[in-house]
Write a protein that binds this ligand. Structure first.
Ligand code: NDP
Ligand code: GDR
Length: 378
């Protein structure tokens, strides 16, 4: 039985990867942070009573900022594969917490690589580093491939740049099977609520149910190459199954503006939005509503009058330095790994919107029952 250790097991990718590896027959160890409330929502369905026989999923308290703890867990669990997914992963928040981000996202990767070396596990343990399209930052060329120069534009991206190169360095210096997956944005119904796609799909569902009036966003013109997390975690696994350790870009090869993701999300609920105005004065207004869809999905018609403004720009969401355009070239991963995504953007949007509509109907019941519900996320 192969043994995997996943850092960031409670995050979006950690949850999908755990499920994927368990199905492949792995024993999965997960590193989770101590928190004052339960933080295992995304993996609770995979939890196994540790008193039963045949347990193959175990959680360990740990943190990427604590090297002795990482060394002990790696020594105890003896993983064949480590997936380093843990990170302070929010680009905008990294401008508020640059030092912590450098420590967790940059030096955290070094701590894991050093643990492998200190324990003499260079030949046994393969390691995957969650690198990112944010490394490309200020556009140098499109589409972006494994050979495109980096120009990071946030404390997050700069920290991830250190992690990228220390991974390459340990591969070259100590012959560790260490790889970077340079993953472009990937989303899902499990995406954190403050990333733009999930913020949009949650708000579209809430507005359609009459639980929220307006969605406030930042830069609507930013373009991202969005894929589905379920497809991307499979690529992580493939990267660690090759004869030779290498770095790979994982992307769809199609880029879309935030504004269009908004349009597509509302359209999934039968609501057509038109944008007008510029920069912070831009707004999205309802111009058509599909009555059949409203009835079929049980939406709140009263909230969906033609001419209603449902999207506005709030400059507080603008970033000090922005990444305007990401568009990946997945040729190497498709030819060398045989990786083929199953979801396209419309299928991703549908998956997220329908899942959030389902969730928000719970909020509707709560509100009807007199309970307070949270209206928006930062
Ligand atoms: P999430 O933000 O959903 O999950 C991050 C995980 O890291 C959570 O489990 C979080 O724990 C954990 N974590 C944060 N800080 C620490 C720390 N100091 N020590 C231990 N654990 C920590 O991210 P995703 O699942 O979306 O992304 C996974 C990885 O891939 C991240 O490294 C991200 O930067 C990178 N990435 C993501 C992309 C994407 O589009 N999703 C694209 C490219 C790269 P908790 O639940 O307690 O907060
Ligand atoms: P990103 O994702 O920064 O690409 O990082 P995010 O969804 O946060 O932003 C995408 C783009 O949307 C613009 N935007 C907004 N973003 C947020 N969060 N909230 C808003 O209200 C809003 N309005 C517009 C942003 O300015 C940006 O241009 C994600 C993370 O998962 C990283 O960890 C990962 O490395 C990269 O994707 C690839």
């Amino acid at each position: 039985m192969k043994v995997a250790l996943i850092t960031g097991v409670t995050g979006q990718d950690g949850a999908y990867l755990t499920e994927f590896l368990l199905k492949k027959g792995y024993f999965v160890h997960g590193l989770k942070r101590r928190s004052s409330l339960f933080n295992t929502d995304r993996i609770d369905h995979l939890y196994q009573d540790q008193h039963e026989n045949g347990v193959n999923f175990k959680l360990h308290f740990g943190d990427l900022t604590d090297s002795t703890n990482l060394i002990r867990i790696i020594q105890e669990t003896q993983p064949d594969e480590i997936y380093n997914l843990a990170a302070m992963s929010h680009v905008h928040v990294s401008f508020e917490m640059p030092e912590y981000t450098a420590n967790a996202d940059g030096v955290g990767t070094l701590r894991l690589l050093e643990a492998i070396r200190i324990l003499g596990m260079e030949k046994k343990t393969r390691i995957y580093q969650a690198s990112t399209s944010e490394l490309y930052g200020l556009v140098q060329a499109v589409p972006q491939s494994e050979t495109t120069p980096f120009y990071p534009r946030s404390p997050y991206a700069v920290a991830k740049m250190y992690a990228y190169w220390i991974t390459v360095n340990y591969r070259e210096a100590y012959n560790i099977y260490a790889c970077n997956g340079i993953l472009f944005n990937h989303e899902s119904p499990l995406r954190g609520e403050t990333f733009v796609t999930r913020k949009i799909t949650r708000a579209a569902a809430k507005i359609a149910l009459g639980l929220q009036n307006c969605l406030y966003l930042g830069n609507l013109s930013a373009q991202r190459d969005w894929g589905h997390a379920k497809d991307y975690i499979e690529a992580m696994w493939l990267i660690l199954q090759q004869d030779k350790a290498e770095d790979f870009v994982i992307a769809t090869g199609i880029t879309t503006a935030v504004r269009d993701f908004v349009r597509m999300s509302f359209a999934e609920l039968g609501i057509e939005i038109e944008f007008s105005g510029k920069d912070e004065h831009e707004k999205g207004v309802i111009i058509d509503v599909d009555q059949n869809k409203i009835a079929e999905l049980g939406l709140n018609e009263a909230n969906l009058k033609l001419g209603t403004t449902v999207v506005k720009v709030d400059p507080k969401y603008f970033r000090p330095t922005e990444v305007d355009l990401l568009l990946g070239d997945p040729t190497k991963s498709k030819t060398q790994l045989g990786w083929q995504p199953k979801y396209d953007l419309p299928a991703l949007v549908k998956d997220m919107v329908i899942s959030d509509l389902h969730l928000m109907k719970k909020d509707e019941y709560l509100k009807d029952g007199g309970f307070k519900t949270l209206n928006y996320f930062e």
